[in-house]
Design a protein around this ligand. Sequence first.
Ligand code: SAH
Length: 591
Amino acid sequence: MRTGLVAATAGGRAAAEELVRAWPGAAEIVEGPVAAALRTAFGTCDQVVAFLAVGAAVRVLAPLLAAPGSHKAADPPVVCVDEARRHAIALLGTHHGAGGLAEAVTAVLGGTPVITTASDSTRTAALDTFGAHLGLRVADPAPLAAVGTAVMSGAPVRLDNPERWPLPPLPPNVTPDAHAPEAVISVGRTPSASAESEVSRETTLAYDAPDLVVGVGSARGVATSEVREVIDGVLRASGRDPSALRAVATIDLKADETGIVEAARELGLPLRTYPAADLAAEDVPTPSATVQAAVGTPSVAEAAALRAARDAGRSAELLVTKHTSAHATAALARLRPRGRLAVIGLGPGDRDLLTPAARTELARSSVVVGLDQYLDQVRDLLRAGTSVRASGLGQEEERARTAVRLAAEGHAVALIGSGDAGVYAMAAPALELAGRDIDVVGVPGITAATAAAHLLGAPLGHDHALISLSDLHTPWAAIERRIRAVAEADLVVCLYNPRSRGRDWQLAHAMARLAAHRPPDTPVGYVREATRPGQRVTLTTLGAFDPSEVDMRTVVIVGSSQSRVLAGRFVTPRGYRWSPHTAPGADGPRG
Ligand code: SAH
């Protein structure tokens, strides 16, 4: 990603230099008279920041926008920053990154991002990039504006998604059965003429969905051009074009076959390779005894295509059987997409500690499943049309089941949890239920232990253990055994779920076990409501610790024999032997 910076004044130039320093290697000042520099940046950079008045930028760029071949889907995002750095205005390319660029600029220079696109301000998915993470691509950009207007106006819009791609949410006026639709959004299959009779072509927005995998086989030393030709042959037979391809697949023996590797590279596709035994297990229409004798599977092209398509989807079918040229074979398989479960950690509470990846995944999900109190934390981040399945405490299994079932039905589902969703939370119960028929993506979150650690100092600087004191799912005897083990091992210990009204003696018991192996002045820190309103941070010692101060909204960290309090901060030394003779990097800190 190359960001071109254009400045007209000394102040603008100073701000541009700050961006160059903040984004090393990714931003550069485009030199020259300002109008020419802006034109160059617009023509050659991935995105542009202009330290210019909006009016001046519009004057320079307008003729370029009217130029033949220009389309808003192809133009780089442009952001204008005023001389006082008060505003970073997303001027052009708002559907593919200008809003984010304006935010990134203000993160460095201060000021406020100004974003005027309807879809950004109403939290509707931008149609240019809709489903891009699934590989969807707008087939023809001409209807974008008309369909976008219909979607935003609230008019009935029909959504055709016959293959059930796990799409991001669209506003409630976009439905599969819209009556008398003003526009149609069609995903994954070219709409047939008859189905479109009710709406004109101008108001049908079609997305290509890459649902094809081409399997290839070849003799040693095959030419790239021959591999390309045989691939073109099967594509022609299918009536689809290369944009429908998502991968090239072959047998692992061919992983370094130049002709195949280069053909995949030229097509911009990943090359997937499989062992003969995997390919032999595929049921193919055109097996060959000769191929079996040579490589140990009766089919390479057909079997690899099927196998790779199945890896990427719910099920796969062979669309075009084997085509053969002098030294190469190709076959085409088509996959059916599968539902998507995103397991998302929201962090400990503070919005700044919610990762950008979590925001992105939330916006991609059409159904969000979670505990009501966590859902309330993120409601404003959900796109219009997102359906919300909130449930109460103690309904973990039901939540996990709902999320997995909805994903298996083909939806894009987010299952949310506080902190990290994989730490004493929903990821494990959901994955115990999830089958191979869904895709699972995990978004790590900042867990209570690290959030609390930073408030206390650096207590996790050396080996540590996390232990939950909840005996709802684990017998107390097992918990106690683990506490004894970590006490003996001299590990720093973070206690989750330390104490509730119904479980009031376990914490004191655990602390007594630890005290049997550590001196009474061992530091103990605990944080209640870390990074949330009402946060309370307490630093004490094992000898003075009072369990009644602790509840379920608290995490407790007990030091090891090496931990100490330095300048009021809880530190477990990493153990570096600081010495002028120790070269940094040899045994020194690496961050
Ligand atoms: N998935 C969560 C943990 C869930 S278990 C995470 O990764 O943080 C619930 C326990 O986590 C609570 O009993 C408490 O011990 C701890 N906890 C979670 N959030 C906390 C916060 N903001 N402040 C203090 N403790 C917290």
